[in-house]
Design a protein. Structure first.
Length: 608
């Protein structure tokens, strides 16, 4: 959540900051602000609302001259959205400015301490504590003041800091909230995420926890929280810069849905060699894979839904017991991790706070952790024992589509690898699975070609108040994600239920004309799901079914049917989710919703 951009160099800072913040709008925010050193003092501008308000206020940055500055888009946590609560925050003299992502958990006692010493607070934020605390400890040495502050704050932070006494430097610090540093021939940058500075440089440094960076126009240095200099190696970003732009699509979400065939291809192709699955990143021998007795999958949101699918696939193919946990619950239930267990954490950004905390808890207990992430060099990628990357490229829309699809195929490959090593599938069956896996990109492309048909149907439900998704087995996992997509971007109340649970209370919510989306892709459960469809039809539901081409019987009990191509039942999620993504998208568009930046949501949830 939130976004930070900073620049120091030969060029004007404000236009670069505004441009960078525009690339981070997908992260979610409700206000924006900038602080720029104008040659004499730090000039600050803040505005509630969209970034466009700040752009208009500063005439695209023209009214804020200067070659060093920091900017921020805020998503309210402490204090309502307002100009006063917006970042940057400054000390009383306006000689120190700070932007902050994260939460300072002990800000109340720190605020009391500072108030007792005569400091006055204007905002309701936890961040203003940092500005005054920096002022309190500043004795002419910025690095010393910053490290003293970091030793006293508890919680998470990504910081950008300006000192008027040091106009040729900007500072950055980080703990549990993502922050990168970039460099080109004309200056240096800080940013919350790569897309913000991809236009200017492909050379970035990923800051580790409790590190401080000092940036000058001619170079940068890194320090530990104890002021010891740290040597870091740069990472070269190989994303296509066009991947972060809409490329003619109306929304990033639509573009990213259409990128799913390529995403799946890019994720599976490097791991298929000589008709086998080779996952070198696992860093596990066949003997170690055979020794795994249990798997714990931990994730949030859509990544959690891929984990639910993964449970069915891993248990079904590799015959390994799997538990799936919402990451925010994992630590606090004091999970029992038995000897021989492996933990898999899944996160698009690699910075999801709850998932990262689960990773650290698991490692602290001595268990091997595999990360499945999309961002190279992210916290989870660095801290996990092994990392399986999903090569989806930058995903800008808040509601995930292509990263979700990449996570699914990553889990398929892991399940196939473990099944073969453990001898739970023979070579003939393995080759069948491999053939079906290779077909997925073309099959997804085929389903995306049905978008006009799905748009026509979606237009009938722009005024819906409640929509229900039902399915059994893997179809329940698909329903969870389909329902989430719809509620995320259209704001229509939607729920997903295991179809067999309908008669245990849920069916009382079905009224005349209520849309029920029934997912039925598992041949062994066709008849069971048809019975559930009949039950809701009897209560007046209008049923849209998503099913396999051979399941023609569903036409007799459904009002509208979308067929998916034939594939192995374990892989059906990759196909059935496509029409559900399209349905959610066109309902949201028809309702005039901000599809890429839905209200109250952020792309990367970096606080608990």
């Amino acid at each position: 959540m939130c976004g930070i951009v900073g620049y120091i160099g030969e060029n004007q800072a404000a236009p670069i900051i505004l441009d960078g913040l525009s690339k981070l709008e997908y992260r979610g925010y409700d206000s924006a602000g900038m602080a720029v050193f104008d040659g004499e003092k730090i000039s600050t501008r803040k505005a509630i609302g969209r970034l466009k308000v700040l752009e208009n206020l500063t005439k695209g940055g023209e009214t804020m001259p200067g070659t060093s500055g920091i900017g921020h888009t805020r998503w309210a946590t402490h204090g309502a959205p307002s100009d006063i609560n917006a970042h940057p925050h400054t000390n009383a003299a306006g000689t120190i400015a700070v932007v902050h992502n994260g939460i300072i958990e002990n800000y109340i006692p720190l605020k009391k301490k500072l108030t007792d010493k005569g400091y006055e607070f204007k905002s309701e934020t936890d961040t203003e504590v940092l500005a005054h605390l920096l002022d309190y400890y500043y004795k002419g040495n910025p690095l010393e003041a910053i490290t003293k502050v970091l030793h006293r704050v508890e919680g998470s932070y990504a910081l950008g800091i300006l000192f008027a006494d040091y106009p040729d430097e900007i500072y950055a610090a980080r703990k549990d909230s993502p922050l990168i540093v970039g460099q080109n021939e004309s200056g240096c940058f800080i940013a919350s995420d790569v897309p913000a500075i991809l236009k200017y440089t492909r050379t970035v440094y990923y800051m580790d926890n409790q590190e401080v960076a000092a940036l000058r126009r001619d170079g940068l240095r890194f320090f530990s929280v104890d002021e010891e200099e740290v040597t870091k190696e740069p990472v070269q970003i190989d994303w296509d810069s066009d991947a972060a732009e809409k490329a003619g699509y109306e929304h990033f979400m639509l573009k990213e849905m259409h990128e799913q065939p390529k995403t799946v291809t890019d994720t599976i192709s490097p791991r298929i060699r000589n008709n086998d699955i080779v996952i070198e990143e696992l860093k596990m021998s066949d003997e170690e894979l055979r020794a795994v007795k249990k798997i714990h999958i931990v994730a949030c949101g859509s990544a959690y839904h891929t984990g639910v699918t993964g449970k069915y696939v891993l248990e079904g193919l590799a015959r390994i017991p799997v538990e799936v946990d919402v990451a925010s619950e994992f630590r606090y239930r004091d999970p029992i991790l038995e000897e021989g267990s492996m933990v898999i954490v899944i996160s698009q950004s690699g910075e999801t706070a709850d998932t990262l905390a689960a990773l650290r808890e698991s490692k602290a207990r001595g268990f091997k952790v595999l990360g499945i992430v999309n961002v190279v060099g992210s916290s989870i990628a660095r801290e996990a024992d092994a990392c399986l990357y999903t090569w989806a490229g930058p995903e800008i829309a808040v509601a995930t589509t292509k990263a979700y699809s990449a996570q699914l195929v990553a889990l398929y490959m892991l399940a196939m690898k473990m099944a073969k090593v453990r001898g739970t599938v023979d070579e003939a069956k393995f080759q069948e699975l491999l053939a079906d896996l290779r077909c997925l990109p073309d099959q997804i492309e085929l389903l995306l070609g049905q978008k006009e048909k799905i748009q026509h149907f979606a237009n009938r439900y722009l005024g819906a108040r409640d929509i229900f998704f039902i399915g059994r087995g893997i179809d329940y996992a698909i329903s969870l994600e389909g329902s989430l997509k719809l509620k995320e971007i259209s704001y229509i109340h939607s729920e997903a239920y295991a179809a067999g649970e309908l008669k245990h209370g849920t069916i009382s919510l079905i009224e005349d004309g209520t849309l029920v989306v029934a997912v039925s892709t598992q041949p062994a459960l066709f008849q069971k799901t048809i019975s559930n469809i009949v039950e809701v039809k009897a209560r007046g539901a209008f049923v849209m079914a998503v099913t396999n081409e051979e399941n023609k019987a569903v036409e007799k009990v459904s009002d509208y049917v979308i067929y998916i191509p034939e594939t192995n039942p374990y892989f059906s999620n990759s196909l059935a989710i496509i029409p559900l993504q399209l349905f959610a998208y066109y309902v949201a568009v028809g309702r005039g919703c901000d599809v890429d930046k839905p209200r109250n949501l952020a792309k990367s949830v970096t606080v608990e």
